[in-house]
Design a protein. Structure first.
Length: 418
């Protein structure tokens, strides 16, 4: 779309379209990557997987009782297959991997990590690298701890490694957030080169850590998807076995609020975690672990289950992409990602329009994640990134919501240039 003598008519027509949307009393929510009811229903049999008279795990453990700090062996093996590591290098947590990440950083803050000289909380300053656009809840954890958040641009295949390698020479830089596959919100996956460089780069801090959130490892939109190299193996091969903590959960596989989570790490890091974990809990919810392992049986069972998720999600992603192309394709007013999996599509407006577009969409009944949320401190320096989450609304509502957003993009630009 370019400036023409007919721009005033364009503004008038777009204003009329926008008013029609406002008159429809829409109440559509695209704020977060929530599974829809149909996705949750895929795990309907999960609740019945453990009966009232059979709580025993294969090794004879009564899952209703205390103990089992590391998790049931079969649950550890299930996530070991996901992470590509040994079961002994896995710990099972509660329903949320975010809680495992929070606890890991709290332990580092209070006690320090193996290889470090002191607790991070006693450092004069701690800096943390935040690839952006990225996951707002990651940024919130490190901001909550008082760390200085440093933006690293995304490239389409992971963070800008030249920037990362330059920044980590500073000993105050203690770590980096990474979502390796189908990143939130860009949908990109890290390349083999990025994995190798993250594992082998020289860091000023001897206790530098990668927080590797494998949230979307099996969340392909088709039968197969992106492949990411094994970061644990890469770090070990580079002589930095303790550099990475890996996290995942079944939150977007089974029940979003009642799944199981897991962490994987080196033998040293696992021992360090268990030392504090033994003071924190007598044992996790093993009944839920048993429920999941009985229901899915093995990692292949998880893969088969995820085909059902893909069948529900792909038409929604396709609808968003189709409408964006119909409404904005060739206009030069926006660009967007076309991911092979995950939960998000990242939409970039021209600089200076994202906040206005989100505000206008909300006033037309379409709730979007707050503009800026995908950057540290909620501040997008160019005010252009908008995260679209197609999973929760119905297919029909997704199309309507995307047309509202596209109309807001065009109207925001047109009014600015009138």
């Amino acid at each position: 779309m370019t400036t023409t003598p007919n721009l005033r008519e364009t503004v008038s027509a777009l204003t009329e379209s926008y008013a029609r949307f406002q008159g429809m009393s829409l109440k559509l929510d695209m704020t977060r990557g929530k599974p829809c009811k149909e996705q949750l229903d895929l795990s309907r049999g999960l609740v019945e997987a453990v009966t009232s008279d059979d709580y025993k795990a294969p090794d004879g453990t009564d899952t209703r009782n205390y103990g089992g700090l590391e998790g049931l062996p079969e649950a550890r093996q299930l996530f070991a297959d996901l992470f590509g590591c040994k079961a002994d290098d896995v710990l099972i947590g509660g329903n949320a991997s975010l809680a495992l990440m929070f606890d890991t950083l709290i332990r580092a803050h209070v006690f320090g990590v193996p290889g470090g000289e002191r607790p991070w909380g006693k450092e004069e300053k701690v800096k943390w690298l935040c690839p952006a656009p990225g996951y707002d809840r990651h940024f919130a954890i490190t901001e909550h701890l008082g760390y200085e958040l440093v933006v690293v641009p995304m490239t389409g295949h992971g963070p800008d490694m030249a920037k990362v390698e330059a920044l980590v020479s500073d000993p105050a830089v203690k770590g980096i957030w990474i979502v390796p596959k189908y990143a939130n919100p860009t949908g990109e996956s890290v390349s083999s080169d990025v994995v190798k460089r993250l594992a082998s780069m020289k860091t000023g801090a001897p206790d530098f850590r990668i927080m590797w959130d494998d949230a979307y490892s099996v969340h392909h939109l088709g039968a197969t998807g992106d492949e990411v190299d094994n970061i644990l193996d890469a770090c070990t091969a580079a002589g930095n076995p303790n550099r990475v903590f890996l996290f995942a959960s079944t939150s977007k596989i089974s029940h979003a609020g009642a799944g199981i989570s897991a962490m994987a790490a080196s033998t040293t890091n696992i021992a360090w975690t268990k030392k504090s974990l033994s003071k924190q809990t007598i044992g996790p919810d093993k009944v839920n672990q048993l429920r999941h392992t009985r229901y899915f049986k093995n990692f292949e069972g998880v893969g088969a289950h995820m085909l059902g998720h893909a069948a529900i999600l792909k038409p929604k992603f396709d609808a968003v992409l189709r409408v964006l192309e119909e409404e904005l394709g060739g206009t030069g007013l926006a660009s967007w990602t076309n991911p092979n999996g995950g939960y998000f599509i990242s939409l970039n407006t021209l600089p200076g329009h994202a906040k206005n577009v989100v505000k206008m969409a909300n006033e037309a009944g379409v709730k979007l994640t707050e503009a800026g949320a995908t950057f540290p401190y909620g501040k997008d320096p160019e005010d252009r990134n908008i995260r679209l989450a197609p999973s929760f609304p119905t297919l029909a509502d997704i199309e309507a919501a995307t047309r509202v957003v596209a109309t807001c993009v065009k109207l925001s630009w047109a009014r600015t240039n009138l």
